[in-house]
Design a protein around this ligand. Structure first.
Ligand SMILES: NC(=O)c1ccc[n+]([C@@H]2O[C@H](COP(=O)([O-])OP(=O)(O)OC[C@H]3O[C@@H](n4cnc5c(N)ncnc54)[C@H](O)[C@@H]3O)[C@@H](O)[C@H]2O)c1
Length: 258
C-alpha cells in the first residue's frame, strides 16, 4: 500500500530531471498516485522528461501568468483524470526572476517591471493555480508550494527572496479562504538543491558549504529526494489538519543560529 494510492495529482514545474517537481512526481507515482504534469515554454523537452518517470505522464501546457491558459486548464486536464475527474493534490513548483532582480547588487538597482514579473510568477501564481484547479478539488485536497524560507535576508536571493516572503503570505491567505472547502494549502521550505532555477542565481554557491555545516542533520545539495518525499507527505492524507504552514525540509538549518 502506497502513501498516495489512488490520488490524482497535478504537478507543475518539471523542466529537467533535476527539477524538484520531477522527483516529487516520481516518488508520488511510486507511492500509487496518478500524475498529470504541466509544462511551460519548452514543451518538447518537458514531454521528453515526462517519459523518464516510472509511468510516462501526460503533459499539458501552462504559463501561470497567462489567464487564458489558466481559464482553460480544467478542460485540458480533465481527459487525463479518469471517469470521475477530480484532483486530490496540486504541486506549485514554479519560480522565476529576470536577471535584473537577482544577484549581488540587484536589490538596490532592480526596476519595477522585473520585480513585478518575479512576484507575479513566483507568488501571485499560487493563488492563480489554486483557483484554476478549484473546480476539481474537494474536501481533503492538498495544494503545496515550494519555498526557500525567507524570514531573513540571504546573499544574492534579492527580489526572489521578497517574492518568497509574498508566497509565504499568499499561502496563509489561501489557506484561510479555501479552508471552508476543506482544501489545505501549505509550503515545503527546502534547503538548497542543484536545479536549473538554483544554478541561475548568481551567488548560489555561497550556500554550498554553509548549509551542510550548519544543518543539524547535514545536507546534500545533490540529493533532491528528501525534499520530494516531504512534498509527497504533505500531498498525502497524513497531515489532515495542517494548513497555512511552512513545512521545513532543510536539514534543520532554520532551527540553529550559527
Ligand atoms: N532548488 C532549490 O535550491 C530550491 C530551494 C527551495 C525552493 N525552491 C523552489 O522550488 C521550485 C522549483 O524549482 P527547482 O529548483 O526545481 O528549479 P527548476 O528550474 O527545475 O523549476 C522551476 C520551474 O518553474 C517553471 N516556470 C517558470 N516560469 C513559469 C511560468 N510563467 N509558468 C509556469 N511555470 C514556470 C519552469 O518551467 C521550471 O519548470 C521553485 O519555486 C523554487 O524557488 C528551490
Amino acid at each position: 500500500m502506497g502513501l498516495l494510492d489512488g490520488k490524482r495529482l497535478l504537478i507543475t514545474g518539471v523542466i529537467t530531471d533535476a527539477s524538484l517537481a520531477f522527483h516529487a512526481a516520481k516518488i508520488a507515482q511510486e507511492q500509487g498516485a496518478e500524475v498529470v504534469l504541466t509544462g511551460y515554454g519548452r514543451m518538447r523537452l518537458v514531454e521528453r522528461i515526462a517519459q523518464r518517470l516510472p509511468k510516462p505522464a501526460p503533459v499539458v501546457e501552462l504559463d501561470v501568468s497567462d489567464q487564458d491558459q489558466l481559464d482553460s486548464l480544467v478542460e485540458r486536464i480533465t481527459p487525463h483524470l479518469g471517469d470521475e475527474p477530480r484532483l486530490d493534490g496540486v504541486l506549485h513548483s514554479i519560480g522565476f526572476a529576470p536577471a535584473g532582480a537577482l544577484g549581488e547588487g540587484a536589490f538596490l538597482s532592480a526596476e519595477w517591471e522585473d520585480v513585478a514579473t518575479t512576484i507575479q510568477v513566483s507568488a501571485f501564481s499560487l493563488k492563480s493555480l489554486a483557483m484554476a484547479c478549484k473546480p476539481l478539488m474537494g474536501p481533503g485536497a492538498s495544494v503545496v508550494g515550494m519555498d526557500f524560507d525567507n524570514r531573513q535576508a540571504w546573499p544574492a536571493y534579492d527580489w526572489m527572496g521578497v517574492a518568497k516572503s509574498a508566497l509565504e503570505s499568499v499561502t496563509r491567505y489561501l489557506a484561510r479562504d479555501l479552508g471552508r472547502d476543506g482544501i489545505r494549502v501549505n509550503l515545503v521550505a527546502a534547503g538548497p538543491v542543484k536545479t536549473m532555477a538554483a544554478k541561475s542565481i548568481p551567488g548560489f554557491g555561497a550556500f554550498e558549504d554553509v548549509w551542510d555545516q550548519r544543518a543539524p542533520l547535514g545536507w546534500d545539495m545533490g540529493d533532491p529526494v528528501p525534499v520530494a518525499k516531504t512534498v509527497c507527505a504533505v500531498l498525502s492524507d497524513w497531515l489532515p489538519v495542517t494548513t497555512g504552514s511552512m513545512v521545513m525540509a532543510d536539514g534543520g538549518v532554520h532551527a540553529v543560529g550559527v
